[in-house]
Ligand binder design. Structure first.
Ligand code: GDP
Ligand code: MN
Length: 340
C-alpha cells in the first residue's frame, strides 16, 4: 500500500521557509522532488517568508508543480526580538562570534531563522490540517527515485521523526545549550522519556548518560516529521524554555540540535526513521544508498563511495547502534527484480 499513488493522500505537505532571492534554487529543489516523487502523489507545497512573496516568485514556483501551492507570511512576533532579549548584548555576541570566524556567527537574520525553525514554523495556520510535514530547502538534490510514499510510511508506522543525514554540531555555536537542556529536563520530568527504559534515545545525544552532549544531531534541512509532536505541549515547552534562556541570540543555537535533542529526550527508538533509501544532497554533504541495486536504470545518480555515512563526522552509525538495526532494515522498497 505504501507504493499506491491512487490512495487518498495522507494529510501532509512540503514546507519551505525561503526568501524571494532564492527563487531559482528553490525551483531546482522542486524539480528534483516533483520528478523523483511528487508527480505521482501531488502533495501540496507551502512556502513561508517573513517578507511577502513577489508575484514573480509565486508564478515561477506555481508552475513547477501540478499540486496545490500556498504562500504564508511569518507573523512579526515570530521574527523579531522578544522583550527579554538585550539587543546590545546580542550585537556584541554577534561581533565576537564573527571575529572568531564561527559559521553565521555575525548574522542576525540567521538567528531569527534558526529560532523560527526551532519553535514557530509548526504553529503557522497553513499547517493546521496537516499530520506530517516534509521540510525542503532551496538548492537541495534528490538523487534517487522515491518509489513509495514517505508520508504514508510515517502514518502506517506511527513515526514521529525521519532524517537522512546525522552529524556533529560546531560546539562554539551552542556553548550553553546542553546545560540549559538539563535544567529544563530536571524541572519537566513529565515531558522526558525515562532514560532508564531500554528504548530511550538518550545515547544518541550523550555518551555519558546525560552529563554532556556529544554534538550529534539530525540535519534538519531534510526532515519528515509529525506536526502533532512539534506542536505538543512537551516540545513547545522545551522551545519556550530555550527561547527564554536567550541562546538563539546570545549564542547561535541551530534548529537542528534543538529538534534533535527534543526527539532524543522525548521520543523512543521506534518513533524515529532513517530514510536510508532517499538519496539527498545539501551543500557538500550527500547521503547515498550504497547497494549496487540502486544504480540499475539510473534509479540513483549519487556516488555511493562518498556517501556522508562513511564520513567520520557522521552520527548515523551511532544511531544504528543505539536502535540496534542495520542500514538494510531501513530499506522500504527494493528495485524490481526484473530491473536487475
Ligand atoms: P544553512 O542550511 O544552515 O546554511 O542555512 P540556509 O541559508 O540554507 O537557511 C536555512 C533555510 O532557511 C533555507 O530554507 C533558507 O531558504 C531559509 N532562510 C534563511 N534565512 C532566511 C531569511 O532571512 N528569510 C527567509 N524567508 N528564509 C530564510
Ligand atoms: Mn541550507
Amino acid at each position: 500500500m505504501l507504493t499506491d499513488p491512487t490512495l487518498p493522500r495522507v494529510k501532509a505537505a512540503f514546507v519551505v521557509l525561503v526568501r524571494n532571492s532564492e527563487l531559482y534554487s528553490l525551483r531546482s529543489s522542486m524539480r528534483y522532488l516533483e520528478s523523483r516523487f511528487n508527480h505521482k502523489y501531488n502533495y501540496p507545497w507551502i512556502f513561508l517568508n517573513e517578507e511577502p512573496f513577489t508575484e514573480e516568485f509565486q508564478n515561477l514556483t506555481r508552475m513547477m508543480t501540478k499540486a496545490d501551492v500556498q504562500y504564508g507570511l511569518v507573523p512579526e512576533e515570530h521574527w523579531s526580538y522578544p522583550d527579554w532579549i538585550d539587543q546590545e548584548k546580542a550585537a556584541e555576541c554577534r561581533k565576537n562570534m564573527a571575529s572568531r570566524n564561527i559559521v553565521y556567527g555575525g548574522s542576525e537574520s540567521y538567528r531569527h531563522m534558526c529560532r523560527y525553525q526551532s519553535g514557530f514554523f509548526m504553529l503557522h495556520p497553513l499547517l493546521d490540517n496537516l499530520d506530517y510535514y516534509w521540510r525542503v530547502e532551496p538548492g537541495v538534490k534528490f538523487s534517487c527515485d522515491i518509489e513509495y510514499d514517505p508520508f504514508r510510511l510515517m502514518q502506517e508506522r506511527d513515526l514521529k521523526y525521519g532524517f537522512t543525514i546525522a552529524l556533529k554540531e560546531y560546539r562554539a555555536t551552542i556553548p550553553t545549550l546542553w546545560e540549559t537542556t538539563i535544567t529544563y529536563a530536571r524541572s519537566h520530568p513529565e515531558y522526558v522519556y525515562p532514560r532508564t527504559r531500554p528504548d530511550s534515545l538518550l545515547k544518541l545525544i550523550s555518551n555519558d548518560n546525560g552529563w554532556s552532549y556529544n554534538l550529534c544531531h539530525f540535519w534538519s534541512n531534510f526532515e519528515i516529521a509529525s506536526v502533532k509532536f512539534m506542536r505538543s505541549e512537551g516540545y513547545q515547552s522545551y522551545f519556550k524554555y530555550l527561547d527564554e534562556a536567550g541562546g538563539f541570540f546570545y549564542e547561535r543555537w541551530g534548529d537542528a540540535p534543538v529538534h534533535s535533542i527534543a526527539v532524543a529526550l522525548m521520543l523512543k527508538k521506534s518513533d524515529v526513521h532513517w530514510f536510508y533509501d532517499i538519496g539527498y544532497k545539501h551543500d557538500n554533504f550527500e547521503h547515498c544508498p550504497t547497494e549496487q541495486e540502486w544504480f540499475v536504470n539510473s534509479k540513483c545518480y549519487c556516488n555511493p563511495g562518498t556517501s556522508f555515512d562513511f564520513n567520520p563526522g557522521s552520527c548515523t552509525n551511532l544511531f544504528l547502534d543505539v536502535v540496534g538495526k542495520s542500514a538494510s532494515d531501513f530499506i522500504i522498497t527494493r528495485p524490481d527484480e526484473k530491473d536487475l
